[in-house]
Design a protein around this ligand. Structure first.
Ligand code: CA
Length: 259
């Protein structure tokens, strides 16, 4: 009678249990945690463009990578053109930047965003191209482990790169190439986002499972009630011929055929 319901319930329970056991997919937070205004900082950089007096040109310094200022269309922030290195990178001798988050805290991250756009036009090939993202949970000197290599296209747009959630106290971005220039490599802004394991989703799943358990209990109680009624009906059934009744007295709890 209730066997179809039972099977259905089992299927639902199994599916929900599988969903509960499955690795919850991490999403990225909405806050750029390496932004200077969030407490992020440039720990070290391979080189920065310098003037004739060997002084770093502020408009091209590495701190412009996390200042929240962007070159957009014809708009160029007067004090922030982006970061420019002193020399062009190669795979053997990459340029690099090391970044840290507020108070040098270790954070779980899974996304970086790069806007290559600087004050120089893309066709001269200075913008960043091949990168390798590395993380350290100990010191700025490492040891570092790689979380992936990515290619930044030569377009004035924000480009998102994702990887499995990884703990990072220091983030090192190796720049292995630009788009052809033999002079330097440039990048407008670098953003980092935290991986968020959706606790809310898990809470919702627990609530759903709890509700399902309640439904199952109600179902079980309903079945027990049904059985009890059947027994009751059997016991209180109008008197039967003595011979048959006597035969049944030995098994008073055995339910009679229902209905
Ligand atoms: Ca910037």
């Amino acid at each position: 009678m209730g066997s179809r319901v039972k099977v259905l319930t089992l299927v639902v329970v199994t599916m929900m249990a599988q969903a509960a056991l499955a690795q919850p997919k991490a999403v990225s937070g909405a806050v750029n945690i390496v932004a200077a205004e969030q407490g992020g900082r440039i720990v070290a950089v391979s080189s920065e463009a310098r003037d004739r007096n060997n002084v770093v040109i502020p408009q091209w310094s590495a701190r412009n990578l996390i200042d929240g200022k962007y070159v957009v269309g014809t708009f160029v922030p007067p004090d922030s053109y982006g970061w420019s290195s002193q020399r062009a990178p190669t795979a053997d001798q990459p340029e690099w930047v090391i970044l840290a988050f507020k108070n040098d805290e270790t954070r779980l991250i899974n996304r970086i965003v790069i806007d290559p756009t600087t004050d120089d036009p893309p066709f001269i090939g200075r913008w960043v191209r091949d990168i390798e993202v590395q993380v350290s949970t100990t010191t700025p000197d490492g040891p570092y482990k790689s979380v992936g290599r990515f290619v930044v296209v030569n377009k004035p747009i924000k480009q998102t790169f994702e990887f499995p959630p990884v703990e990072a106290r220091y983030l090192r971005v190796l720049i292995l190439s630009n788009h052809g220039s033999d002079k330097c490599v440039e990048m407008g802004e670098l953003e980092v986002y935290e991986a968020i394991v959706p606790g809310d989703a898990l809470d919702q799943l627990i609530i759903r499972l709890e509700n399902l358990l309640e439904d199952l209990k109600r179902y079980r109680n309903g079945v027990l009630y049904q059985q009890a009624r059947q027994v009751e009906e059997a016991v209180t059934r109008p008197a039967q011929p003595p011979a048959e009744a006597a035969g049944q007295e030995k098994q008073p709890s055995e339910p009679q055929s229902s209905q």
